[in-house]
Design a protein around this ligand. Structure first.
Ligand code: ARG
Length: 455
């Protein structure tokens, strides 16, 4: 493509280090769409005559059909998807193919293709996350009043409901989706027509190509257009945050599936056995989601480091922008699908959850709150009295609500038998009716809203 200036061909190692076709072939659909929009504009502006433009456009359709049927041929000599396609076009339609690259450069071409690809990736992820939200809401609705221990420091803290716990992930995923849609809105400006870096002397219409490709508008600075990849980093940062959330849910499933917890039975479809221990049922899918989060974050770090300190405008370092985005996207799409499948099909052992909620003195705060409310006792003092009650229950080996009234009265005479009404786990969750609290009616109200949000 630059044979005019060069006397010798590239060393084979140069060919190898230079080529991006092994990975950027994934951009072929976007590359053809960009070229078709570009040539239609060139024809309308009278830069290329209509007959040539028609031949180019028809040739690009033929190439798309070939790629669809047989894949993109990986020819390292042709370097990248842009040149592989252009050279095939020349084979198909002859010298008119050479007019396609008028008033553009691979610099604005690749920036456009990549934005289009990331935009599709965002739409993909958003649809996947919406599916995960639906699964969470459905399971939360079934278990809106199933009591389980709520934890802090992974120590039994206060009873919550399983529905409430699942809806916590709904909220995380809701924010993840908003990060992706913010990224999409910022990304949606078209760099095509910025050319190599300075714009072009041809009378192009960048608004026309932007509109044809579904962008909101053309970008406003040609240097910026070809030299930033912040849109890819926005994607990777949103992907990292989403993956971190997924890894926490995955981790909870792993802990909950362990025998000492026994809160869930993971479905066969998302577990594996052991080749040596017949009793094993390993939560491999959840473990891999937990692991993938690290790799996704690694992809984000890789592109940050690639971009750090690069002078304007295009530098070849930026060719390395694509592998981490492709890798992160594949890992994230798999992770979302796996977690959605697990949420949909996991068996919750609500009897076991309830038993543990009842055994961990999880209603101690309810006793302290009762002393404040009914006895007018300052919270700090109530906390101290309750601590003594917990110690007594522990010593007697019974839950708080089975301590005899005499024992409680011996600890503090202001306690009377009305206290038992607040010491059960059901009373405890039902009382937490503050906005966003774990009371089943609060949880159900949020579930109803969430269903509306999901449409
Ligand atoms: N394959 C290149 C990339 O992905 C396309 C742009 C090449 N531009 C250039 N000036 N060599 O970045």
């Amino acid at each position: 493509m630059w044979g005019g200036r060069f006397a010798a061909g590239p060393a084979s190692i140069m060919r190898e280090i230079n080529a991006s076709i092994p990975f950027d072939k994934r951009l072929w659909k976007q590359d053809i769409a960009g070229s078709k929009a570009h040539v239609a504009m060139l024809a309308r502006q009278g830069i290329v005559d209509q007959a040539d433009a028609d031949a180019i456009s028809g040739g690009l359709d033929t190439i798309a059909a070939e790629y669809e049927a047989h894949g993109v041929p990986v020819n390292l000599d042709l370097e990248d998807i842009h040149m592989v396609t252009e050279s095939r076009l020349a084979e198909l339609i002859g010298p008119a193919a050479g007019r396609l690259h008028t008033a553009r450069s691979r610099n604005d071409q690749v920036a456009t293709d990549f934005r289009l690809w990331v935009r599709d990736a965002i739409d993909d992820v958003e649809a996947g996350l919406a599916g995960l939200q639906r699964a969470l809401v459905a399971r939360a609705q079934d278990h809106a009043d199933a009591v389980m221990p709520g934890f802090t420091h992974l120590q039994s803290a206060q009873p919550v409901t399983l529905g409430h716990h699942l809806m916590a992930y709904y909220e995380m995923v809701r924010r993840d989706r908003s990060r992706f849609s913010d990224a999409r809105a910022r990304l949606n400006e078209c760099p095509l027509g910025a050319a190599a870096l300075a714009g072009t002397g041809f009378p192009t219409d960048r608004h026309m190509t932007a509109a044809a490709l579904g962008f909101a508008r053309p970008t406003d600075n040609s240097l910026d257009s070809v030299s930033d990849r912040d849109f890819a980093l926005d994607y990777l940062m949103a992907a990292t945050q989403a993956a971190l959330h997924l890894s926490r849910l995955a981790e909870e499933f792993i802990i909950w599936a362990s025998q000492p917890f026994g809160f869930v039975k993971l479905p066969d479809a998302y577990s594996t056995g052991s080749s040596i221990m017949p009793q094993k049922r390993n939560p491999d899918a959840a473990e891999l989601v937990r692991g993938h989060a690290g790799r996704i974050m690694g992809c984000m770090t890789a592109l940050c480091v690639t971009m750090k300190g690069l002078p304007l405008a295009y530098s070849k370092d930026m060719q390395d922008d694509k592998p981490p985005v492709f890798e992160a996207h594949d890992l994230l799409a798999l992770s979302i699908a796996a977690m959605t499948g697990m949420v949909e099909t996991v068996t919750f052992r609500t009897d076991r959850m309830r038993a543990l909620a009842e055994s961990g003195f999880a209603t101690a705060t309810d006793l302290a709150d009762w002393l404040v409310r009914e006895g007018g006792i300052p919270f700090r003092e109530a906390h101290h009295i309750t601590g003594r009650a917990v110690a007594a229950a522990e010593q007697a080996g019974v839950p708080l609500d089975q301590l005899p009234l005499d024992t409680l009265k011996a600890i503090d005479a202001r306690i009377d038998d009305r206290v038992y009404a607040v010491l059960t786990v059901d009373a405890s969750v039902a009382s937490r009716r503050s906005h966003g609290g774990t009371a089943p009616d609060q949880v159900r109200a949020r579930i109803a809203q969430a269903k509306e949000e999901l449409g």
